[in-house]
Design a protein around this ligand. Structure first.
Ligand code: NAP
Length: 248
């Protein structure tokens, strides 16, 4: 069984590593190619966009793919929609593997916003903002000249950044001691993050709770399509193993 994993996430790498030990399954992980030095998964990889849903469908046919697992980031909405369209057109089964969203607990001071522009509009003048929404969305904050930003990303933002910005290039995981030090050293009084979920980057939320710092939490884009969805790698493995057993 030949499986295409649409990747770029910790879960996609864990799934590729788990499938590498299963006889009868061959995997190819696809990466968009956004990060200069990506953490590569075990097994075969291809890098770069396909050229839209029709080209993805053609790629699936040409490469005789039996199953597609969309394990991309929950905010990567275009590739998710393309995967739905391409697998629909080729009648190839699609599984969505996504991490559960974070949920607020006691002591959290979260405000949900629908988008990055909404988050930019909600910043109170004079704030000291810790912005961890990824380099691709920083331009939405470029006109916010009334506040200071600590922008943390893996690679530098390509577009414009707010006028009062300190850029910090770093890659998680981060622990709570590290994040609490960041909040204290930079006198952060607002955290802005996307609701990515997962353990790699959740310590900033624990640090915000401890320091009683409010959070603007950008909600996930709605997911369309009817593909089955699982929330952890073990469930994705079960689903794939069932299909493999039926195929034998
Ligand atoms: P996107 O808006 O959904 O995708 C834009 C285009 O990039 C897609 O139309 C597709 O190009 C190409 N693409 C995206 N993921 C791909 C993949 N795994 N393999 C091949 N092509 C891919 O996605 P994005 O928000 O730019 O994110 C790009 C990648 O970074 C995703 O794979 C995602 O898992 C990872 N990532 C995203 C975030 C985030 O916050 N958005 C965070 C961490 C990691 P074509 O139309 O040409 O096929």
């Amino acid at each position: 069984m030949k499986v295409l994993i649409l990747g770029g996430t910790t879960e996609s790498r864990a799934l590729a590593a788990a499938l590498a030990t299963v006889q009868g399954i061959e995997t190819i992980t696809s990466l968009a190619g956004r990060v200069a030095e990506p953490t590569l998964p075990v097994g075969q990889t291809r890098i770069g966009g396909f050229g839209g849903p029709d080209a993805l469908a053609e790629w699936l046919r040409t490469n005789a793919i039996d199953v597609v697992v969309d394990a991309t980031h929950p905010f990567a909405s275009n590739i998710g929609a393309h995967a739905e369209q391409a697998t629909g057109a080729t009648s190839i089964p699609l599984l969505v593997l996504t991490r559960p969203p974070w949920t607020a607990g006691k002591g959290d001071r979260w405000t949900s916003v629908a988008s990055l522009p909404d988050a930019a509009s909600a910043i109170i003048s004079g704030s000291r903002v810790f912005l961890t929404t990824g380099r691709q969305g920083v331009h939405h904050f470029a006109r916010v000249d009334h506040s200071w930003f600590l922008v943390r990303a893996i690679d530098p933002p390509t577009g414009p950044v707010p006028p009062h910005t300190t850029l910090l290039l770093d890659r998680g995981p981060f622990d709570i001691d590290h994040e609490s030090t960041m909040f204290a050293d930079h006198r952060i009084d607002l955290l802005i993050t996307k609701n990515s979920g997962g353990e790699m980057t959740r310590a900033k939320l624990d640090a915000a709770r401890t320091a009683s710092v409010p959070v603007l939490m950008v909600d996930r884009p709605p997911r369309t399509g009817s593909a089955p969805m699982v929330f952890d790698v073990a469930s994705a493995l079960d689903w794939l193993m069932n299909r493999l057993r039926r195929a034998l």
